[in-house]
Design a protein around this ligand. Structure first.
Ligand SMILES: [Zn+2]
Length: 90
């Protein structure tokens, strides 16, 4: 059967089994090289209030959080799009 993608939807090369990460959307265990990694910044202050405070010159620290999504959750959330066969990269 022909392969849809050369990499099989994975990154990481000729490795065996990869360690797993938990999907932030559905909680599924997914291989690290197949997971979609995103950096999310969150602030403890409400964004409307934060905007006003920033105009006043206040420094508001933001927290960096790394989240992993499985492919189906990433597509559902609009983080990645399904590409046509021509547009696929390998
Ligand atoms: Zn998921």
């Amino acid at each position: 059967m022909p392969k849809k993608r050369k990499s099989g939807g994975r990154s990481g090369g000729k490795r065996g089994r990869a360690s797993t990460k938990t999907c932030a959307g559905c909680g599924a265990k997914i291989p690290t090289d197949k997971a979609k990694k995103y950096t999310v910044y969150s602030s403890a202050v409400d964004f409307r209030l934060g905007r006003e405070l920033r105009q006043e010159g206040t420094y508001i620290p933001r927290q960096q959080k790394i989240v992993y999504y499985c492919v189906s959750c990433a597509v559902h959330k609009g983080r990645t799009n399904i590409r046509a066969k021509k547009e696929r990269r390998g």
